[in-house]
Design a protein around this ligand. Structure first.
Ligand code: SF4
Length: 348
């Protein structure tokens, strides 16, 4: 059994503390961050600017802690869905979405999810565990296309602010100069509106925020998103209004279009009211039906009308193109349940 601790996924501060604990100079911590986040190595032995003695000391207790994907599915539109082992026979998924001018990776923050949104395959799977910062960042570091990545979105399996410490740490490592050094505007964390987590994220990082709205009305939202009973829409909007938004930082609102549910004129008017005083945009999404839900997607004509109506009232609105639907990598479709079942069947 391997009981060594992973170095990958630790902050500069933590790595400096490890160095000191092992009787090495504090600056070894900085050297470690270079090897972990800026170079492409596969073992501690390859850290050539560390003495042999330092490397063997570290290797006694630690390992890099990188995990390769165990399966990949490719969509006809070029989107790829990677399956990564998450320990104890569990799996998580990351969706790689190449476009003309950018390449985005949609990462998971939990194994499954406990939030139970009615329209979501991950929600149906239930909650199976938290991911560490190592496991979140490994989806990026172990991605074969990692060099091409321009954007990271936390929109895969799980509610990021229900795993706050690991997500904040992962965002810190992604954006710090000693880490992956990504521009904060290239990282977006998406939430259904866990207000305390959202507030800490807004205070402690500069990354973008995406809020899943799906209805401007509390009672209606409650029907598809149980979180509304805990943190209501007015509380979510209040937290957004109280935030000092820098020039670079942005908030966007995700809005899945459900036929006859949230796609009418009174929704347009209520959304305009709700977003009053907020410099944010709305992304409209088609719904990809999942088994066991009564919800259907609005048709293209209605979605276009909805977008135009919002735009006419001064709200920047876009229709997000669906990607990877044929491999179930599109929004709300990530669920490893079937894959785990299939794996188990194959194992016996
Ligand atoms: S939409 Fe997000 S928060 Fe809701 S169940 Fe799915 S993964 Fe969880």
């Amino acid at each position: 059994m391997n009981d060594k601790e992973s170095l990958f996924g630790k902050t500069l501060e933590e790595l400096q503390a490890i160095a000191i604990q092992e009787g090495l100079p504090k600056f070894t911590g900085k050297q470690l961050t270079d090897w972990l986040y800026k170079k492409d190595i596969g073992s501690i032995a390859e850290m050539s600017n560390l003495s042999k003695d330092a490397r063997s000391k570290l290797a006694e207790k630690y390992e890099l802690g990188l995990t390769q994907h165990s399966k990949v599915s490719e969509s006809k539109d070029g989107t790829k869905k990677y399956l990564f082992p998450a320990g104890d026979g569990k799996f998580i998924e990351a969706a790689y979405i190449p476009e003309t001018e950018r390449a985005t990776l949609c990462v998971s923050s939990q194994v499954g999810c406990k939030m139970g949104c009615l329209f979501c395959a991950t929600g149906k799977q239930g909650f199976q565990g938290q991911l560490s910062s190592n496991q979140i960042l490994n989806q990026i570091r172990s991605l074969p296309e990692k060099e091409k990545l321009t954007n990271i979105v936390f929109m895969g399996m799980g509610e990021p602010f229900d795993n706050l410490e690991s997500v904040l740490k992962a965002v810190q490592i992604l954006t710090e100069p000693w880490g992956f050094e990504m521009a904060p505007r290239r990282v977006t964390v998406s939430t259904i509106g866990i207000v305390p987590g959202m507030k800490r994220f807004l205070e402690e990082s500069k990354a973008h925020l995406a809020v899943s709205l799906h209805s401007p009305f509390e009672e209606e939202r409650k029907k598809i998103m149980p979180i509304e009973s805990v943190y209501s829409l007015p509380q979510v909007m209040q937290a957004i209004k109280e935030t000092e938004w820098g020039r670079q930082r942005r908030v966007s609102f995700e809005y899945i279009m459900f036929k006859g549910f949230n796609d009418q004129a009174h929704h347009v008017n209520a959304l305009v009211k709700l977003l009053h005083g907020i410099k944010g945009r709305i992304n409209l999404l088609r719904f990809h039906p999942i088994p066991g839900t009564p919800l259907e997607s609005s048709d293209d004509k209605t979605i276009e009308w909805f977008r135009d109506s919002l735009k006419e009232k001064g709200i920047t609105t876009t229709i997000r193109t669906s990607r990877g639907q044929d491999i179930e990598a599109a929004c709300g479709l990530l669920s490893t349940k079937e894959l785990v079942k299939r794996k188990q069947e194959n194992d016996f």
